[in-house]
Design a protein around this ligand. Structure first.
Ligand code: HEC
Length: 141
C-alpha cells in the first residue's frame, strides 16, 4: 500500500462517496414512492371526503390545528381525532363552538350544515386511517 495520500485517491473518495450516497438517496426515494399508494389508501377517497378536505382548506382549520404534524400549534392535532373521539363527538363539538369556557382557548363557530359536518367527519376519518407508521405515538395527538 502506498504511504502517501495522493490527489487521485482523494478524488476517488470524493466521487465514489458522492455516487454511493446519490444511489442510496434514489433507492430510498423509489422505495417510499412505491409504498405511498398503500399507506395513503387513496382508493377510499370519496366525494364526501373531498368535500370535507375542501371545507378544511377554505375554513383554515390548519391555521390553529396540526394534521399529521403539519399546521399551527394553537390547537390539538386532528390527524387522529377520529380515533380519539369518534364521529358523533366531532360533530357535536364543531356545532357547539365557541365553548366560552374561561381560561381555555376558543374555536370559532363555522355554521356548517349537517351535510358539511358529515363531510368533515368523513375527511377526519379518512385521515385517521392513513398509515403514518404509528405517528403520533400518543392518542391525545
Ligand atoms: C381559531 C383557532 C381554531 C380554528 C380556526 C379551528 N379550531 Fe378546532 N379547536 C381550537 C381549539 C383552541 C381547540 C381546543 C379547545 C379546548 O380544548 O377547549 C379545538 C378543538 C377542536 C376539536 C376537538 C379536538 C379534541 O381533541 O377533542 C376538533 C374536532 C376541532 N377543533 C375541529 C376543527 C375543524 C374541523 C376546524 C375547521 C373547520 C377547526 N377546528 C378550526 C381552535 C381552532
Amino acid at each position: 500500500m502506498s504511504e502517501t495520500f495522493t490527489k487521485s485517491m482523494a478524488r476517488n473518495i470524493y466521487f465514489g462517496g458522492s455516487l454511493f450516497f446519490i444511489l442510496l438517496f434514489i433507492g430510498l426515494t423509489v422505495d417510499t414512492t412505491n409504498r405511498m399508494p398503500k399507506q395513503d389508501h387513496r382508493e377510499n377517497l370519496t366525494a364526501q371526503v373531498a368535500l370535507g378536505k375542501h371545507l378544511w382548506d377554505v375554513n383554515n382549520c390548519v391555521g390553529c390545528h396540526t394534521i399529521i404534524g403539519e399546521g399551527a400549534y394553537f390547537a390539538p392535532e386532528l390527524g387522529n381525532v377520529y380515533k380519539r373521539r369518534g364521529g358523533a363527538f366531532i360533530k357535536a363539538w364543531i356545532k357547539s363552538q365557541p365553548t366560552g369556557a374561561p381560561g381555555r382557548r376558543q374555536m370559532p363557530q363555522f355554521n356548517f350544515s349537517d351535510e358539511e359536518l358529515d363531510a368533515m367527519v368523513a375527511f377526519l376519518k379518512w385521515t385517521s386511517e392513513v398509515d403514518t407508521n404509528n405517528w403520533p405515538p400518543n392518542i391525545e395527538g
